[in-house]
Design a protein around this ligand. Structure first.
Ligand SMILES: [Zn+2]
Length: 121
């Protein structure tokens, strides 16, 4: 009783094939487990609320480029962590930011705190 679905690409077209950022991956692409190394390992050390606000990730990959003709550079980031069930390293969040110069205060936009990345800051 399944509707005919002979195109395997069908799921990819959900949003017109467009990449919508930020993109979150909430589980391991290999085994489907939702438990990640940093969160698990830190849950006795950092209050749950804090963990929620500043999601810890093991590693980040960054790429900044100043597109010709644009006013501000663009930064792409992939935040990665490790599945505690199978060890797969996977991207948890993919983001894109326009690096506008910050003017003191008055930004108004509600922004999630930056992720905690060991070895930074
Ligand atoms: Zn896994």
């Amino acid at each position: 009783m399944q509707p005919r679905e002979r195109r395997p690409q069908r799921r990819r077209r959900e949003k017109g094939g467009e990449l919508v950022l930020p993109k979150h991956f909430d589980k391991c692409p290999n085994c489907g487990c939702t438990r990640r190394f940093c969160e698990e390992a830190l849950k006795d050390d950092i209050p749950a609320k804090e963990l929620e606000e500043h999601m810890p990730v093991l590693q980040s990959g960054e790429f900044t480029i100043h597109p010709p003709g644009k006013l501000f550079p663009v930064r792409l980031m992939a935040l990665m962590d490790v599945c505690v069930a199978c060890g797969t390293v996977y991207a948890v969040v993919l983001t894109k930011e326009h690096l506008r110069p910050t003017l003191g205060g008055g930004n108004g936009g509600k922004r999630q705190g930056p992720p905690l990345i060991p070895g930074r800051g």
